[in-house]
Design a protein around this ligand. Sequence first.
Ligand code: F6P
Length: 323
Amino acid sequence: MRRIAVLTSGGDAPGMNAAIRAVVRMGIAAGLEVYGVRNGFAGLMAGEMERMTARDVGGIIQHAGTILRSARSPEFREEAGRRKALRKLSERGIDGLVVIGGGGSQSGSLALHEMGFPVVGVASTIDNDMYGTDIAIGTDTALNIVIEAIDRLKATASSHNRGFLVEVMGRDSGYIALMAGITGGAEAVIIPEVDIDPDTVAKELVDAYARGKAHALLVVAEGAKLSADELVKYFEERKAEIGFELRVTVLGHVQRGGRPTAFDRNLGTRLGAEAVQALLDGDYGQLIGWINNRPARTPLSEVAGRVRYADPALYELARVLAR
Ligand code: F6P
């Protein structure tokens, strides 16, 4: 292997820059030429890539986002798009690729691998919904942003007789909502994995006040079947009966833009470095994740496109601790 490329794909995640930096510097240390591909798989198909030096990745470890930029590319899901990408890689003499991204992006990595190109994936998504890693790059930073918001909301919530709803990211998995509920101390959590009706939710919040709590705070994952909008409507229509209103905060993309925590900088660094090592070892078609406190390789075929749902035991713990 002489020349490798690295790209970031899907939703950006704090710590991606640490991973890019590690790939570039590890690659150079191993005597490789390293190319940075801009705009994910879309950029790969367009041949947007440049050689990177160790200096190009200086001063980036502390920043969220990705210096290579990212994209979600429907065209790459088609075989014609992937053939285009392979042509660009061959034109530039690239013989290995590192894809930093979540489960959807790693389906793209697997497809390239199955077409015979040496690819290694790096687990990165704030949702923490990937197989092949205990925790993905970006999750820790996002969670810290959420609990900071919850801490602040609790301060104002404790001054009023109201319900507060915080909507957090997590399309398919309730990991962020659940962990935010546990570590932020929410009164109730709603996640895609567990069906709940608005009567039960209202009762939980009313009961929280009845137990003498100073606030009634609800964390809702964006992918939950019972949406924040439905709940607001429900509370509005029954305000007299319930006794208080529901105020809503949607954290949205704020969750992705935080200064990466030390954990995510380390995770990005360790996984990025391991990705280069896997390419050097000829161990292609692997996802590099973090299992049992160290980098681990799992075949992309076992992880790509699959969703790892939140642990039901943690849901029960969140309920118990909300007493
Ligand atoms: O996959 C990460 C994620 O942040 C999800 O939590 C969220 O649903 C999605 O990306 C948002 O994607 P986009 O930035 O493309 O709107």
